[in-house]
Design a protein around this ligand. Sequence first.
Ligand SMILES: [Zn+2]
Length: 627
Amino acid sequence: MLTQPCTPPRSAAKLGHVTSKLPHRRTRRFSHAPWLLFCAAAAASCGAPAAEPRAAPSSVLLVTIDTLRADRLGCYGHTRAHTPNIDGLATRGVRFERALSVAPLTFPAHVSLMSGTIPPHHGARDNGVFRAVEELDLLAEVLRETGLRTAAFTAAFVLDSQFGLDQGFEEYGDVPQRVMHPKGMLEHRSAAEVNAEAFAWLNTLDESEPFFLWLHYFEPHLPYPPPNERPAALRDHPYDAEVSNADRALGQVLARLEELGRGEETLVVLTSDHGESLGEHGEASHSFFVYQAVLHVPLIFSHASLPAGSTVSSNASLVDVMPTLLELLEIEGPPLPPPARSLAASVRGAASTASSPPPPVYFESLNSLLNYGWAPLQGVTLGDDKYIRAPRAELYDIARDPAELSNLLATDAERARALEEMLVALLAANPGREGAERELSDSDRVRLAGLGYTGAASPAVTENTLADPKDGIERVRKEELILELFNAGRHAEGVGVLRELLEGDPANPVFNSRFGFVQLMQGRFDEAIPYLERSIENGYRVAENVTNLALCFLYTQRLDRARTVFEEALAINAKYLPALFGLAQVHVGQGDPDAARDRLDELLGLWRGGEDPIIAQARQLLATLPR
Ligand SMILES: [Zn+2]
């Protein structure tokens, strides 16, 4: 009895646990394998036509479009969409109807995609303060070891090479540092700029060299462009307009591959790291909640060897992409912990005849824990059942109730209990990893360890004393409103809202950070310091927040303290230009012009933007220093 007729033997699974970087054998890349002939024979014996098998792909184009909801694409049924290139991929390839992200956060989701492991295994739980550790066998490393040329061009700072996703890439295009203002993690560039670098790299390849090219576009992520930069039909729909802009960029890459004669050999994989709430459940964007709006992502595999226009209806996870892709390329991958699995049989069109039922799909968001001090969210989806562990847990039937408006927990506690057990088992198989934290605060470290997220294998514990994020979303919305009030010059009103938020939640890291920033902007440095210190102590350790504290010390002439804190900011983000400039000023104040010059040279070397007042100041300061 054939159970998986089109799955090649996977000897990698017999290798046992591999800790070192193993040489990944490329099996049968240039000839049709016995298993392929075996498949054809099996198909013939079942009465199916034995079609001439097409050659397996030898190169890969992986495109991740940040913040892309599946249901905003034409091929996923969105009537207003203008996404002809993505829709065309689906027409020529295989589309997963229900692919799910592991986390609504760019960096953790991309590490899962590139490693085939869930965040509890790889340890990257948030943007900015974690890294992809060396021990992971990342997709690019596997492909490079089998002889593919590798390059990645990314569009957002969150994926900067300093966070470790560059492992295995011969070339890794970071976002140039351009903006001196505290835009921090939102630093990004256009898909056109990403494409320009990719085209230049493709031109350096010999035409016979197989390649792995990863492109990351950021268009659908906030902020949106002004109406005059949107396609006419989508002028009033900024999100759809940005999706359309990303689609156009994808079309340009596909056209370039055809021009270069590389289209036929190239497997194209299109997906996203997470979706966008767009106001659902009270969330404007993403990172906080784990509803389908942010978890349901597109996933399309397109190549001439695959059945054109077919769909897969069962649940798939971002962690399944790496093993699937490797199997389609006939490359042996590293053994992966559960729940990752190859979906190559489904992609090739074999009916889902796997002997074991599909595993639960894992998801999480620790954003509420790490940045607000509220309870984390974790859960699993199995078939149509979706369970979210929280102080007030949730259970949904996502087929009947895709908007997740009707919590079935009270009426079906038994089902919730079964899913909670699956979650516990999954976490036990993926014990927390130490070493992925870069610059966590002590309190975050303690919190993560105490809840079982790092260190020894222990199932995560629901911390009932922490607030439910559902109760915090109103406060998050208010906090977002503050920026708008300040931009509109309504400072007093903004300060009033902030005071109100702090009264209700005095330890909240983000609220303290905002209040400190407001004091800093108004020149009240001494007032700002305790708020900024508290925000950092309680976990808000992004480089711009730490830099704001350092600036308070600089402007009040506490230079030793300023220096230490600027250095802390640079340990979090070595390329944060305001921290480099501040540190240079400290060195000048301390009578160390050589050190100041080094910092300024470093800063100007990183700068890729047009004229900026602070760059002009940096140049001025440099000119005053003795050479
Ligand atoms: Zn993202």
